[in-house]
Design a protein around this ligand. Structure first.
Ligand code: ADP
Ligand code: ASP
Ligand code: MG
Length: 408
């Protein structure tokens, strides 16, 4: 008998029929003798719908009120799933984050889980009751409802698994595992049987939304066995492993991309010490996270300073940069939203030179201009024009033989 945390995502909970199907899966796992704790997302589209309502009132809604509202999506699905389980004769009880209790800090819209009191859930399991917990939400020390950022139900699932010392956290979704790249962009993408924790962390942080990055961080910190599986088809899914893979494995495990970034360039800045700090200091003070950074030196000893931020921060970052540009007597600020970051990820890169050069050759052969580059030990990222996303991903997928070689 194992204790399993099963998390079902938005598509899996997307209709009454699908919720019934999820109930049948939970019931079947229970019949196999396992204790199950379920975490669910809101019905697909619901969180977006709520977000739009808020934007209609005020594009910069009060973050506390936003969370108060966003958390309702999951309140509906927990109760519906509990009802569907009871209909099948499976005793079940639904819980909001505050009822569990999942304690977070007060960073509305991107709160971090601080602690979870698993007692009540374990007592339910012992009594043969299936607890159904609302994903994506928690409660701060003052009783305010918080949410964990988009895709945050994954993190609820893994955090619960860690708190309950579950044998496995199973993320049930609309794909049957982690693929070499998003199968919606490259239909030839291949499911990986296993992926190392490090690679999954990179993939998630570079934009693969199959798992929220914080859920992977949690899994790493507490060594939670984590698996991604399909709600709609049987199969082994993808195991996130903590073992290093062998040297003869593929160099590249996957391609990630991120459409959520914006590019800003402060141009014609006098090239002297302290410029990077002068520009990025105020950006950081405005609580804006910077991702990639490039600085070019022009012949006239001025420099162009380019960086990327999340699209949600684009307007504020532009405001701040314009102010800084004026103070520094720079030429001006250029911005671009028509960009995408494409990244190659693989632990095999560590021991092989020349991957970057090959990547640039492949993109050049397709006539794709590279606007920014950044590398680390196990990834290479480039920023390109967004209209080339599909072309770039498919060309790289083919060139690095991701559709052929089992990577692991
Ligand atoms: P859920 O609602 O179940 O949380 P998500 O939409 O958040 O589901 O995540 C699943 C989606 O992630 C898939 O439908 C797929 O399009 C996308 N995705 C992106 N990158 C990958 C990848 N490397 N492997 C599998 N799916 C990926
Ligand atoms: N419902 C939330 C969202 O759409 C959380 C989740 O699905 O994981 O982002
Ligand atoms: Mg998700």
């Amino acid at each position: 008998m194992a204790l399993l945390v099963q998390k079902y995502g938005g598509t899996s909970m997307g209709s009454v029929e699908r919720i019934d199907h999820v109930a049948s899966k939970v019931a079947a796992a229970r019949e196999r003798g396992h204790q199950i704790v379920v975490v669910v997302s809101a019905m697909s589209g619901e969180t977006d719908r709520l977000m739009k309502l808020a934007k209609g009132i005020n594009p910069r809604s009060n973050p506390r009120e936003l969370d108060q509202m966003l958390a309702t999506g999951e309140q509906v699905t927990i109760a519906l799933l509990a009802m569907a389980l009871e209909k099948r004769g499976v005793p079940a009880r639904s819980y909001l984050g505050s009822q569990v209790a999942i304690h977070t800090d007060q960073a509305y819209n991107k709160a971090r889980i601080k602690s979870i009191d698993g007692e009540r859930l374990l007592a339910d399991c012992k009594a043969g009751i299936v607890p159904v917990v609302a994903g994506f939400q928690g409660v701060d020390d003052e009783g305010n409802i918080t949410t964990l950022g988009r895709g945050g139900s994954d993190t609820t699932g893994v955090a619960l698994a860690a708190a309950l010392k579950a044998d496995e956290c199973q993320i049930y979704t609309d794909v049957d595992g982690v693929y070499t790249t998003d199968p919606r962009v490259e239909p030839k993408a291949r499911r990986l049987d296993r992926i190392t924790f490090e690679e999954m962390l990179e993939m998630a942080s570079l934009g693969s939304k199959v798992l929220q990055i914080r859920s992977v961080e949690f899994a790493g910190k507490y060594k939670v066995p984590l698996r991604v599986l399909s709600t709609f088809q049987e199969g082994p899914g993808t195991l996130i492993t903590f073992e290093e893979t062998k040297m003869e494995d593929a160099l590249i495990s996957g391609i990630a991309f991120n459409r959520d970034e914006a590019q800003l360039t402060v141009s014609g800045v006098p090239d002297r010490p302290g410029i990077a700090a002068a520009i990025l200091g105020p950006v950081g003070e405005a609580n804006i996270e910077v991702d990639m950074i490039v600085q070019n030196v022009a012949a006239d000893s001025t420099t162009d300073f380019t960086f990327t931020v999340h699209r949600n921060d684009y307007e504020r970052a532009t405001e701040v940069s314009k102010k800084v540009a004026e103070e520094l007597k720079a030429k001006g600020v250029r911005t671009a939203l028509d960009i995408v970051k494409v990244s190659l990820v693989g632990v095999g890169m560590r021991s092989h030179a020349g991957i970057a050069a090959q990547m640039f050759r492949v993109l050049a052969a397709e006539g794709i201009n590279i606007r920014m580059i950044s590398t680390s030990e196990i990834k290479i990222s480039v920023v390109i024009e967004d209209k080339y996303l599909e072309l770039a991903v498919r060309a790289l997928h083919k060139a690095f033989k991701l559709d052929e070689n089992p990577a692991h």
